[in-house]
Design a binder for this molecule. Structure first.
Ligand code: ADP
Length: 526
């Protein structure tokens, strides 16, 4: 059974609105709040009248509209994943501000028409501003209250929920704008003329600021996520903006207030974009890592299958040639029972080897070190050459054995080291069979310069072209029509797992020499 809670939690780890802020985020939020507090220091000079820059209002309005619309879209996208009522509420809040900004811009005196468009009067713009700055904190409060409320999920289609919210908000904003414009003359006066505020303005702005403080408190008592944190900062920006907006238009306070307004409008958008990009990068990394892991697993699967096939093929070939030899000894006019018996014994040995090989393939991939014992490499070489004798004779290979009696004792997995020798000798036979030269196989053991065990398999075969020298140890690289390309890669894995080294060099005349070294067993008496 799938643990749905765990799955949901994992999904939510990648959703900004449910992601907890890190220490850096918290620190950054604190810096922004401190900067906002610093902005309040202009309050004493806020009444100073500055030059009238008409471009400020349209620039500020357009920027706010674009920021709020994009933020709403991003929040709706998050809502469509999480279906949380709280998210729907805050996204609707941004739709609300984006639409009120449009009305605010259209009715602003002197922007599109001397008294503003839509038949606006002197008071319209300021009341719309109050609607904007009181309305949004209410959406934040709704968001904070709905966040932990049960049930939080919206059923049905996300598209329908989003479109319905937009429709409701658009209707509310249109109706409110219509009402404010229609009752302009009846509304309490917030403006004395186009640039000067009336005393009531201060109380209205104060009320909006109080609502923002209330939203801040409600959020503070239940904040958890990145979005909660930055909405709290937005509310701080609202309070700062409103506190600075107590003087007439085009004063220091008014310009500073517009700047804070821009900050509050862009904050959540900025954070959503940064975090989305960051999470996207994280997600990409996770996907790539997963893909690499899958490929590695497939490669291991392929390699295990190829290794088993490759390693079992050799004892099977040995069994067939020993069985052939045994039959030939028996079919003679005077059967040679001793030789036939020897062949059958070889078949039994090959059978055991095939069984052991399968076991050791597991060990190769698991890097199992439990089956390592003290061993003398000379004994291993002799045993192996004896078991491959019929193969070597069949291919008319002249075998030279040069074993150094002083060779130190090493520690290793008998079956695995046998596999290395079998692979290297079989490759040597293959390379000599394909040429017309005198077939000489030399197997040497000795003591390396650093005291470790050195084994060399020398052949007079085709040798290894310079272009292949690097690739022959790669898994699945082969130049043989029936080759699998696993032999040398397995040999290298085995030798390296024994803390040794395997390499190839050209033979003096022709052919190749494969050398490997194995460390001595320190605790052993040679
Ligand atoms: P396979 O024997 O299945 O091809 P290996 O990994 O054992 O796989 O060998 C890879 C390739 O290395 C061989 O196809 C061959 O081209 C080359 N090679 C290995 N040993 C020798 C050798 N003694 N002489 C010449 N070429 C060799």
């Amino acid at each position: 059974m799938v643990n749905t809670t765990a799955v949901v939690l994992e999904e939510q780890d990648f959703i900004l609105t449910s992601l907890s802020p890190g220490r850096r985020q918290k620190r950054l939020a604190l810096v922004v709040v401190l900067a906002l507090l610093a902005a309040l220091t202009v309050a004493p000079v806020s009444n100073i009248q500055l030059a009238r820059v008409d471009a400020v209002v349209p620039a500020y309005g357009t920027a706010s509209f674009v920021n709020d619309s994009i933020t709403a879209v991003l929040l709706f996208a998050q809502f469509s994943v999480l279906r949380s009522r709280a998210l729907l509420a805050i996204a609707s809040g941004y739709v609300f501000t984006a639409l009120v900004v449009v009305a605010w811009l259209l009715t602003f005196p002197g922007l599109f028409a001397p008294a503003g468009l839509l038949g606006a009067g002197l008071q319209t713009t300021t009341w719309l501003y109050i609607l904007w700055h009181s309305g949004f904190p209410m959406f934040v409060i709704a968001y904070a209250l709905l966040k932990n409320a049960e049930p939080t999920k919206v059923g049905g289609s996300a598209g329908t929920a989003i479109l319905s919210s937009i429709a409701v908000i658009a209707s509310v904003v249109s109706l409110a704008t219509f009402f404010i414009i229609a009752s302009d003359r009846l509304m309490p006066r917030l403006m004395i003329d186009a640039t000067h505020i009336a005393p009531l303005w201060t109380y209205s702005v104060g009320l909006s600021a109080l609502l923002s403080v209330l939203a801040l408190i409600v959020l503070w008592t239940r904040w958890r996520s990145v979005l909660d944190l930055w909405l709290m900062v937005v509310m701080c920006a609202y309070v700062t903006e409103l506190s600075l907006n107590l003087s007439s238009r085009f004063t220091v306070g008014w310009y500073a207030s517009r700047a804070c307004g821009l900050v509050s409008g862009s904050l959540v958008l900025f954070v959503l974009l940064c975090e989305t990009t960051f999470l996207y990068a994280q997600l990409l990394r996770a996907v790539f890592a997963q893909r690499r892991e899958r490929e590695a697993r497939l490669m291991t699967g392929d390699a295990v299958a190829a290794t088993i096939a490759h390693e079992v093929k050799q004892p099977l070939t040995g069994m067939i040639s020993n069985a052939d030899a045994g039959l030939r000894w028996l079919e003679r006019p005077i059967p040679d029972l001793e030789k036939a018996k020897a062949s059958f014994k070889n078949i039994v040995a090959d059978g055991h080897r095939a069984g052991a090989v399968i076991g050791s393939v597991r060990a190769i991939f698991k890097k199992d070190t439990r089956s390592r014992i003290q061993l003398n490499i000379n004994d291993l070489i002799e045993e192996l050459l004896a078991s491959m004798r019929s193969d070597l004779q069949r291919h008319r290979i002249n075998v030279q054995v040069e074993l150094d009696a002083q060779v130190p004792v090493t520690r290793g997995d008998r079956i695995q080291l046998q596999q290395v020798l079998v692979n290297l000798i079989t490759n040597a036979i293959d390379s000599m069979v394909s040429t017309d030269v005198k077939r000489i196989l030399c197997v040497r053991s000795g003591v390396n310069d650093d005291g470790s065990v050195l084994v060399s398999i020398v052949d007079t075969g085709s040798g290894i072209g310079r272009q292949d020298a690097d690739r022959i140890f790669d898994p699945l690289f082969t130049t043989k029509s029936d080759g699998m390309g696993m032999g040398l890669s397995i040999c290298r894995s085995i030798i390296e797992a024994h803390d040794g080294r395997l390499w190839v060099a050209p033979n003096e005349a022709e052919g190749a020499v494969f050398h490997f070294v194995l460390p001595t067993d320190r605790g052993a008496i040679a």
